[in-house]
Structures are given as structure tokens and as C-alpha cells.
Design a protein around this ligand. Structure first.
Ligand SMILES: NC(=O)C1=CN([C@@H]2O[C@H](COP(=O)(O)OP(=O)(O)OC[C@H]3O[C@@H](n4cnc5c(N)ncnc54)[C@H](OP(=O)(O)O)[C@@H]3O)[C@@H](O)[C@H]2O)C=CC1
Ligand SMILES: CCCCCCCCCCCCCCCC(=O)[C@@H](N)CO
Length: 316
């Protein structure tokens, strides 16, 4: 029975009238989450750098609400920039829309290149945006959230934050970092009724993904194809649902489900059902993973053989 008290089963957070702040809310997954939050009656604020994109998103989002019109507030800010500026941006939206009840850290980017092709600046840029950008915005909202008696925080990781793969040396590291942050922060925040969710989406059809695809290594494309390409709306709905339910891990699809179980580690458990499922599936999925790893190794060696052949032909 005492085991039950370890389970994380918070009350479902009703979004109606709540203030949801979304970084990266002007595009892709962030914008889709903003729409879904508005449909659920939330008051939404968005943050990103480009003012024009923010203005366009505001117009688009305000149409979603229909008759129950709620103004969408936006601030242009670089979440990876100066911490004081991020703090001021948060203050600005809180003055207009009230304290943040839910923070979704969506501002981020992916770069897929081999370790040798990646420049040191790119490693730093990804860590700065994907990891430190999340740390800064979260730090700027958390004290007020505590005072409010609770809330929700989402970190946008990736399936590449659960396993490392070809082309993602810089990206995967920045997404894995969020998991350590999330587990520690969750342990600190649980007594304050604040629940952290780490979302691990697969490839999702967004402007950011299109950009990333441009010079993505063939290997990365073929390996990522395994878990498919999802629509931002589907991903957004899942993330929001898991966050209001206070789930630690948010995933989508069959591969997502297997990855969530095999990488559960010592993360918080949401229900007895989840606990039993993890205990029973970890070893089975480890076995399954060998087939995936074999498949990935073959992709990499086939691509290398093809490149070697092309190289030889060029020499002739
Ligand atoms: N699409 C995919 O396949 C997947 C994406 N993810 C993750 O989901 C998140 C969202 O991705 P996606 O929707 O594809 O990305 P998009 O590129 O479509 O959108 C990114 C958003 O973040 C904002 N942003 C970028 N840099 C900064 C910054 N320094 N400060 C403030 N805002 C910033 C952008 O606006 P602006 O440029 O104007 O600042 C934009 O609003 C990322 O963290 C990504 O790693 C995870 C798994 C899969
Ligand atoms: C039991 C074992 C199950 C194993 C399943 C393995 C599936 C691997 C697929 C990895 C796909 C990674 C997509 C990253 C998307 C992303 O973050 C970027 N597009 C961001 O821009």
C-alpha cells in the first residue's frame, strides 16, 4: 500500500481560464499547442524572436477562439539570450494575463550533421537554445507558479532525447540534458503541486523540420523514418493531454510507447498500470531493440558502402 504514495497522480488541471505560456508558439508544434490550449478555454501567451511571425500567429490563434474571443499576448524575446530580458518578458505577459499556470518550452531547433561536419559553435548553439533556453524560461516562471499553489511545465525533448542516433551528436545531447533537469526539478516541485512533463515526439511536419531536412545526412533520414512523420496537431494534442494529467513522460506512436518504457530509468511513475507495464516490458523491449539496432547499423554501413563506391567512381 505504501508504494501507492510514490505514484504521481495529480488532479487533472482544468485549462479553462488558465494562463498558458508557450515559447516557440509562433510556429510548428508550439503554435499547434497554442491552438489546442485555446480550444480548451485557456488564455494564451506566446514568445519567440521574430515579431512578424508572432503577429501572424496572434491573428491565426485569435480566430480559433471564435465567439469566446480571448486576446493572445506575445513578446519578442530570445529565450537563450540574457536572463534578465527573459525575466522581463515573462513579467510583461504576467502583467497582462496573470501568473503562468502552464509553461510549454517549445522554442528549440534541430541540426542533423555528422560529428565531424558540426562546428563547435553549433554544439554550443543547440545546448544554449534547447537546454539553457528551457532553464531560463522555467526559472522565470517557477516562483510565481509555486505561489499560485501549483502548475504544469513541459520540456520539448524528442525521440532523439531517448536514444542517440547518427547525425544527432549535438541535438541529442541537448535533448538528453532536459531529462536530467526534468527528473531533478520534478522531485523538488512535487510538494508544490507542480508537475513536469518531458515530451518525446518523433519527426513532425513543421517549418523547423523542413529546414532541418535540407542538409540532413541520408543515414539520419532513413533511421528516423522508422518511427514515421507526424502532424503537429496530433503531437500537440498528446502533449497537452499528458501535461494536464501530470504525466512525466509524453510520447506518441508505437515506437514512442516502446521507447518510453525502455527508457523509463528511475523517472516518476504516474499510475500502478504504468508501473506494472514498465516492469513487464523493459526486458522484452530491450530484446526488441537489438533488431532495431541491427537495422540502424545496416543502414549506416550500406550508406558508407555507397559513398565509397561513388568516391571511387569519381577518382576514375
Ligand atoms: N519537428 C520535429 O520533427 C520535432 C521537433 N521537436 C522539438 O520541438 C520543438 C519545436 O519544434 P518545431 O515546431 O519543429 O520548430 P519550428 O522551427 O517550427 O518552431 C520553432 C519556434 O521556436 C522559436 N524560437 C527559435 N529560437 C528561439 C529563440 N532563441 N528564442 C525564442 N524563440 C525561439 C521560433 O520562432 P523565432 O525563430 O521567431 O524565434 C518558432 O516559434 C523544438 O524544441 C524541437 O527540437 C522534437 C521532436 C521532433
Ligand atoms: C524497443 C525499441 C524501440 C526503438 C524505436 C526506435 C525508433 C527510432 C527513431 C528515432 C527518430 C528520431 C526522430 C527525431 C526527431 C527530431 O527531434 C527532429 N526532427 C527535430 O527537428
Amino acid at each position: 500500500m505504501f508504494l501507492i504514495s510514490w505514484l504521481v497522480s495529480p488532479q487533472v488541471l482544468k485549462l479553462d481560464g488558465k494562463h498558458v505560456l508557450i515559447t516557440g508558439g509562433s510556429s510548428g508544434i508550439g503554435k499547434a499547442i497554442a491552438k489546442e490550449a485555446i480550444r480548451r478555454g485557456a488564455v494564451v501567451s506566446i514568445m519567440a524572436r521574430n515579431t512578424m511571425k508572432l503577429e501572424d500567429a496572434k491573428v491565426e490563434l485569435e480566430k480559433v477562439a471564435g465567439n469566446s474571443f480571448k486576446p493572445v499576448c506575445f513578446v519578442s524575446v530570445d529565450v537563450a539570450g540574457d536572463y534578465e530580458v527573459v525575466q522581463k518578458a515573462v513579467q510583461q505577459v504576467e502583467e497582462k494575463q496573470g501568473p503562468v499556470n502552464m509553461l510549454i518550452n517549445c522554442a528549440g531547433m534541430g541540426v542533423a550533421k555528422t560529428f565531424e561536419d558540426l562546428r563547435i559553435e553549433e554544439f554550443k548553439k543547440l545546448m544554449n537554445l534547447n537546454y539553457f533556453g528551457t532553464v531560463q524560461t522555467t526559472k522565470a516562471v517557477i516562483s510565481k507558479m509555486k505561489e499560485q499553489g501549483g502548475g504544469r511545465i513541459v520540456f520539448l525533448s524528442s525521440q532523439a532525447g531517448q536514444l542517440g542516433l547518427f547525425g544527432y551528436t549535438a541535438y541529442a545531447a541537448s535533448k538528453f540534458a532536459l531529462r536530467g533537469l526534468a527528473e531533478s526539478l520534478q522531485m523538488e516541485m512535487r510538494p508544490y503541486n507542480i508537475y513536469v512533463t518531458v515530451a518525446h515526439p518523433p519527426d513532425t511536419e513543421t517549418p523547423g523540420f523542413e529546414e532541418e531536412e535540407r542538409n540532413k545526412p541520408e543515414e539520419t533520414k532513413l533511421i528516423s523514418d522508422t518511427s514515421g512523420l507526424f502532424k503537429p496537431d496530433t503531437v500537440a494534442k498528446q502533449i497537452l493531454k499528458d501535461s494536464v494529467n501530470g504525466r512525466f513522460c509524453s510520447y506518441i506512436g508505437l515506437d514512442g510507447w516502446m521507447l518510453a518504457n525502455i527508457t523509463c530509468g528511475m523517472s516518476p511513475v504516474h499510475s500502478m498500470f504504468d508501473a506494472i507495464q514498465q516492469v513487464l516490458t523493459v526486458s522484452v523491449f530491450r530484446l526488441v531493440s537489438f533488431f532495431y539496432l541491427f537495422h540502424f547499423t545496416r543502414i549506416v554501413s550500406k550508406c558508407k558502402a555507397r559513398k565509397d563506391k561513388e568516391q571511387k567512381e569519381k577518382m576514375l
